[in-house]
Design a protein around this ligand. Structure first.
Ligand code: GRF
Length: 200
């Protein structure tokens, strides 16, 4: 089974959905590490409950992004992490992590990218009076929510939609979609490796 690390900054409902999918054996992965940049975040409590190792850091304690990302890379290598899953991680990933994990970092975003990238995508969609929003899972590159899209799922925004109701609909999709896409990516990787092994 592949080792994965989840990066999160907040409540961690997506983190929880992934933990639950692993426990229900719907997702074959080892959750090796939670990386969290917010010492008070509720996701840390969730990781403690699930007995998952956690690295919590405060960016202000480091001179720059390269410094904290180097420390994270060391931890990830130590735990032989193969895939990084961003789940509400509110920082732009820098070149230190990107170069080590090229093509192996994915993110979930609460809009139909390229629409409404960055912070408060739900508020942005409502303010724009959009008829549709949704969820995008994509590979991470150096931009803000710009990497190649893996999957997008639409959500209709109704006339009387509130921030709470839209967030609820989006998160309901996220919690199903993220574990299932992870499972697909992890098993597809195995299929490719088996294919290579047969060819050699
Ligand atoms: C999710 O809506 C995700 O799409 C976005 O941040 C939110 C994180 O929520 N990137 P949670 O911490 O998983 O509850």
């Amino acid at each position: 089974m592949k080792n994965i690390a989840i990066f999160a900054s907040g409540s961690g409902s997506n983190f929880q959905a992934i933990v639950d999918a692993v426990q229900a054996k719907q997702l074959s992965a080892n959750l090796s590490l939670l990386v969290c940049d917010q010492p008070g975040a509720y996701v840390i409590e969730r990781a403690r409950e699930a007995e998952i190792s956690t690295f919590v850091f405060n960016a202000k304690d480091y001179p720059n992004k390269e410094a904290y990302e180097s420390e994270i890379v060391m931890l990830l290598k130590n735990k032989q992490v193969e895939l990084i899953v961003l789940a509400g991680y509110m920082r732009l990933v820098g070149s230190t992590l990107l170069s080590e994990y090229e093509g192996r970092i994915i993110n979930i975003h609460p809009s139909l990218l390229p629409d409404f990238p960055g912070k408060d995508a739900i508020g942005q969609a409502l303010a724009a009076h959009a008829k549709w929003s949704g969820v995008t899972i994509h590979f991470v590159d150096e931009g803000m929510d710009t990497g190649p899209v893996i999957v997008r799922e639409r959500v209709r925004i109704e006339e009387n939609e509130t921030r709470e109701s839209l967030q609820w609909k989006i998160q309901e999709i996220e919690h199903k979609l993220y574990p299932s896409i992870l499972q697909m990516l992890l098993t597809k990787g195995d299929a490719l490796q088996n294919e290579k092994a047969r060819a050699n």
